[in-house]
Ligand binder design. Structure first.
Ligand code: 5GP
Ligand code: MN
Length: 343
């Protein structure tokens, strides 16, 4: 993969001169976000560099096996140590997000830090001025794949340890739905082949990622599919909703609803799926969107749910009740889809 030579040498220089690097992913982090920060964290350890991982909120349980996960500082639980790490940092690295707002409350503390920033990400339209050095590449499957190509371009491939390879591999696998979408470019498989060649135990990682569900999550999925899935057939859309009550009854843990939004797309004729998750009673709803083919859910989310993301996978938020969020979807999606189809 080709990178701008000036950006590459500036990045190399920033890393070489740094003595304390802080790595940061987005809020509600997923396999790609945690895989990429811990992949770099392991690489820096191999290079003898001090690096610290700071995340906005709790890491999903199915990612806790990654090497370095137990050293992660969680801003919402441990702000004091996060502030110490930030005060000692001489380089910040932002991974898998394109706007500082995506770090939630951590954004205010980041605003106080004046050291250089590097951003590595695959979301479209990065925020103006977000970083001093920007590696923004929408065509890659994941931030983990982009990181892998970047490390190759820096000629550090030999420093990718087994532990780093496991993290990068996991991010590619989770962000592509096990190589089912965003994975039509052969270079993704070259990356996977090289990472597996470094000794990654594929079966073990798939077990950690996909076969370590709690009974609560499985029952919650059953409940959602049976009772909380609604179709808007005439618009080729479907949505699921989860109230705080649904979550509590199933002993919800962070990450438990990961991937639920993909299920409605498995229904014949459904090309847009949404999931509404109540986070604060009557006050705040997290929204996720997925689509197939031509419906750009990132622009839809930006327009109607203050969000963004990728063309076929996006997220947003609603400040109000669950019912209002659903009503907004019912009111606005049909026209949006109609406009796209008539183009
Ligand atoms: P998910 O539905 O898995 O939370 O997110 C899908 C995609 O949309 C991810 O790439 C994520 O980074 C992005 N995304 C999720 N929530 C938001 C949001 O509130 N704002 C923006 N701009 N992007 C989001
Ligand atoms: Mn990603």
């Amino acid at each position: 993969m080709d990178f701008n030579n000036e950006h590459l040498s500036r990045f190399r220089e920033l890393i070489n001169n740094a003595s304390s690097i802080v790595l940061i992913p987005h809020k509600n982090s997923d396999g790609d976000a945690i895989g990429s920060i811990l992949g770099w964290w392991n690489l820096f350890h191999k290079l003898g560099k001090k690096a610290t991982v700071v995340v906005p909120d709790e890491v999903p349980g199915n990612l806790g096996w990654m090497h370095g996960a137990s050293d992660i500082l969680v801003h919402e639980h441990n702000r004091k140590n996060v502030l110490t790490a930030l005060s000692e940092a001489d380089l910040l690295m932002f991974l898998d997000f394109n706007n500082v707002k995506r770090t939630g409350d951590l954004a205010d503390d980041l605003a106080e830090v004046t050291v250089p920033r590097v951003m590595i990400d695959h979301h479209p339209d990065p925020e103006e001025g977000i970083a001093d050095v920007l590696f923004s590449e929408v065509s890659v499957s994941s931030t983990c794949e982009l990181s892998y190509h970047l490390i190759n371009a820096l000629e550090w491939n030999q420093h990718i340890s087994l532990e780093a390879a496991e993290c990068f591999y996991a991010g590619i696998i989770t962000d592509t739905g096990v190589l089912s979408y965003n994975s039509s470019n052969p270079r993704t498989y070259l990356a996977v082949a090289d990472l597996v060649g470094k000794g990654v135990d594929k079966s073990l990682i798939h077990k950690e990622l996909f076969q370590s569900n709690s009974l609560g999550r499985m029952r919650l999925l059953g409940h959602v599919l049976c009772n909380k899935l609604e179709l808007m057939e005439e618009n080729g859309a479907a949505f699921i909703s989860l109230s705080l009550d649904d979550l509590e009854k199933h002993n919800y843990q962070p990450g438990d609803t990961e991937g639920f939004v993909n299920y409605p797309l498995g229904i014949k004729g459904i090309g847009v799926s949404a999931m509404f998750t109540e986070k604060e009673k009557d006050k705040f709803v997290k929204v996720s969107f997925r689509s197939r083919d031509e419906v750009p859910v990132n622009s839809y989310s930006e327009q109607f749910f203050s969000g963004g993301g990728h063309v076929n996978a996006a997220g947003g938020e609603w400040h109000g009740t669950l019912e209002e969020a659903i009503q907004r979807f019912r009111d606005t999606l049909p026209e949006f889809v109609q406009k796209i189809k008539s183009k």
